[in-house]
Design a protein around this ligand. Structure first.
Ligand SMILES: C[S@@+](CC[C@H](N)C(=O)[O-])C[C@H]1O[C@@H](n2cnc3c(N)ncnc32)[C@H](O)[C@@H]1O
Ligand code: FES
Length: 464
């Protein structure tokens, strides 16, 4: 028995610009239309929709195949989708006018394409041309920088309900010619659309990047724009072995020495908003996984937006949480806690976790996205002091990007280690082996790892 009534493949093979391909002919729009149409007809569970690579029929794309019968469609348009779904995937009868069943011609085209592809690859190889994968990696900063600049200029809010480059440029205090170039690049990246001289937000950009939208994430994403400047110092940081000074650098722990307090306040607000963006959904999951039976007192070291304490507090009125964070973050934390309606259960303490007395009797101490900021020795010291501050059977919970034993992956954790090199004095990503050893050396028993969906995992140590 087949698990699905139909299995439908749509080619989404990306190719260099100018080379015929299904995406260049609109296969992504077809895929999107199929997804919606199947859902609207409640056929999601009967039809498995899958993307696939090149089938060698690129000039006739978008190409789509429906199994088990092996029905091929070519030059599919989004406007054909309703008929394909209704007649074929819903009714069982292929749409004859779109079916491509000239098997010998298809075979000849695919064979010729394969041969041409091999010859082109061999010619490129012989000429010593840089592989596309490496070329793309080297230019990877371009789309990223384009979007970050658009966010810094708040261009998506300025686009609003639409306008030309002159109007939008004036709204963001930018040169009209340059604003037009940026707007065109954003269209090329699929972040805006253009009709005549008018630019409009895509539904995605309107939802996530425009001020006033319910799901606007601009403030949180601006933290990445700040971090981008730090990444420009990577070469010097690798040479020196630690972060290097920058004119616009901000050290949360040395904030009083910073002249431009306004800049620092904006940096801090964006940083905490960035943390909140990542933590707010994750926190509920983490609290559920850890369980709350017998939990009365929680210490949230470097709690930031307070997302984890808020999630704990919401599990019951008897749970009391304490957030320890640096003084300049406290007003922001207080506001997040107030908005969540749990101020009576979450207390705030300004201090430096590297030196503060943690107190005693906690059931859980949380270190979410904290350990990567510090050196091995600093983490070991925090673990030892946490053991003293926990009640019997209390748990120390580390959430972080955990490296494989040889530290070459996962890719996100390996790259994040460099993020810490350019941003901190001695931070890094660490491996499960290191966290486990530090916990055991501090006196924790039953150290275990819990994998979470997404890039971070938990390491949990229990007090005897
Ligand atoms: C990466 S954020 C993580 C925030 C939060 N735990 C979360 O997961 O959303 C690091 C937090 O640690 C705080 N922090 C950094 N150094 C600190 C220190 N020495 N003492 C106390 N808090 C510190 C920062 O202000 C920030 O709120
Ligand atoms: S790109 Fe779709 S068949 Fe080649």
């Amino acid at each position: 028995m087949e698990p699905f009534r139909f299995h439908s493949f749509v080619c989404t093979q990306q190719k260099p610009e100018g080379v015929p391909s299904c995406p260049a002919n609109g296969s992504l729009a077809v895929l999107d239309a199929l997804d919606r149409e199947l859902h609207s007809r409640s056929l999601d569970n009967d039809v498995q929709l899958t993307t696939c690579g090149c089938m060698g029929l690129c000039d006739e794309g978008p190409v789509m195949v429906v199994y088990p019968a092996g029905v091929w469609y070519r030059r599919v348009r989004p406007s054909d989708v309703s008929e394909i779904v209704g007649t074929h995937l819903g009714g069982g009868k292929p749409v004859d006018r779109l079916v491509w069943n000239d098997a010998p011609a298809m075979k000849a085209m695919a064979v010729e394409h394969g041969e041409k592809f091999r010859q082109a690859m061999a010619a490129r190889d012989k000429a010593g041309i840089l592989p596309d994968r490496l070329d793309q990696m080297i230019r990877g900063y371009m789309p990223s920088r384009c979007l970050l600049t658009a966010l810094e200029l708040d261009i998506f809010t300025a686009v609003g309900d639409g306008g030309d480059a002159e109007r939008i440029g004036a709204m963001i205090n930018a040169n009209a010619r340059a604003a037009g170039m940026l707007l065109n690049a954003l269209v090329a990246l699929g972040l805006l659309s253009k009709s005549g001289e008018d630019y409009r937000n895509t539904p995605e950009s309107a939802r996530f990047f425009v001020q006033g939208s319910k799901d606007n994430q601009r403030n949180g994403l601006l933290h990445t724009a700040n971090i981008w400047h730090r990444w420009s110092t990577l070469t010097d940081a690798v040479r020196s072995g630690t972060r290097v000074a920058m004119d616009d650098g901000v050290d949360l722990r040395n904030v009083d020495h910073k002249n431009d307090r306004d800049d620092t306040a904006v940096w801090t607000r964006n940083f905490i908003a960035g943390m909140q963006r990542i933590a707010k959904d994750r926190a509920t999951l983490v609290v559920k996984i850890l369980g709350t039976a017998g939990i009365r007192r929680v210490l949230d070291l470097g709690g930031g937006s307070g997302a984890y304490s808020i999630a704990f507090a919401k599990t019951g009125p008897d749970v009391q949480c304490e957030i320890l964070d640096v003084p300049q973050v406290m007003p922001l934390t207080a506001e997040y806690v107030r908005q969540a309606g749990v101020s009576a259960q979450v207390s705030l303490r300004a201090g430096d976790m590297l030196h503060a007395d943690f107190g005693s009797g906690y059931d859980i101490i949380m270190l979410n996205a904290i350990c990567h900021m510090f050196s091995e020795e600093q983490n070991q010291d925090i673990f030892r002091r946490s053991l003293q501050a926990l009640a019997p059977k209390g748990r120390l919970v580390v959430q972080d990007f955990i490296l494989n034993p040889d530290k070459t992956g996962p890719q996100h954790a390996a790259l994040f280690s460099l993020n810490m090199l350019v941003n901190t004095d001695a931070g890094a990503s660490y491996s499960e082996f290191e966290y486990t050893n530090w916990m055991k050396a501090a006196g924790f028993t039953e150290v275990s790892r819990i994998n979470l969906p997404g890039p971070s995992s938990l390491i949990v140590g229990v007090v005897k």
